[in-house]
Design a protein around this ligand. Sequence first.
Ligand SMILES: *Cc1c(COP(=O)(O)O)cnc(C)c1O
Length: 273
Amino acid sequence: MTDTEMKIDPQRAAALVSQIKSVRERITAVASGRDVRLVAVSKLKPANDILALMQQTSPPQLHFGENYAQELIQKAEILPRSVKWHFIGGLQSGHCKNLAKVPNLWCVSSVDTEKKVQLLDKYRGEFISSFSSSSPSEPTPEKLNIHIQVNTSGESSKSGCEPGAATVALCRAVLTAPNLHLLGLMTIGAIARSVATTPENENEDFLCLREQRDLIVKELGSEFGKDGKLELELSMGMSEDFEGAIVAGSGEVRVGSTIFGQRPLKSEAKIRE
Ligand SMILES: *Cc1c(COP(=O)(O)O)cnc(C)c1O
């Protein structure tokens, strides 16, 4: 289904490659040898940009993040199956079914209620079993990775689960869901704190997410961990603050505008050029 006719503008491709290279170098410079996953946030950017990065980076960039369910689904249909898609936008219950059926959806990072955990688990399960019976030639989709989104800044405008008991309960729900895998916790955090973040000036949102991770490990580690140890990553850090986030322990950063440039208005965005 991949569209081999997709045009790649060489100048645009060169700019994208140079920008992502510089982000990769900045990540390595602060990661102290840890593996930090870079999710290239391609929301509102055309599939041509994504294909250019996949083809022209080494190692190939495969993790891409999207904010709008419909946009992710449309791009997944025209791009290679090797993309590892991340859904990072505000998650609506009504979108869980269609998202769970994207075979190469790799992670949903914005899970914030038990209802959405149940819907994603149910539909991923249905999708996996439909595969194993009907199409033995195609690879069976895997369990969906999940980040629980925590509202670490307490802003009412931000989605995410409240820190504390609610976050523990939500993690437990994912850990007991057969078709989901709890990868860790995610936060967006307050803009003002992001802007003020430097490798020296620790961001309170990052601190809060780390404390929540420690709480989950303490509360649920003996029950769900391997040998009593539960490994959970933190997804935090965007264009403004990804280096500070890595210093604070982030295992995944989500970087958009520093790679792709400013985004168009949603009404003017194109799935492909
Ligand atoms: C848009 C977005 C990003 C990337 O933001 P930039 O500032 O462009 O790097 C990261 N995470 C989430 C949840 C986003 O919505």
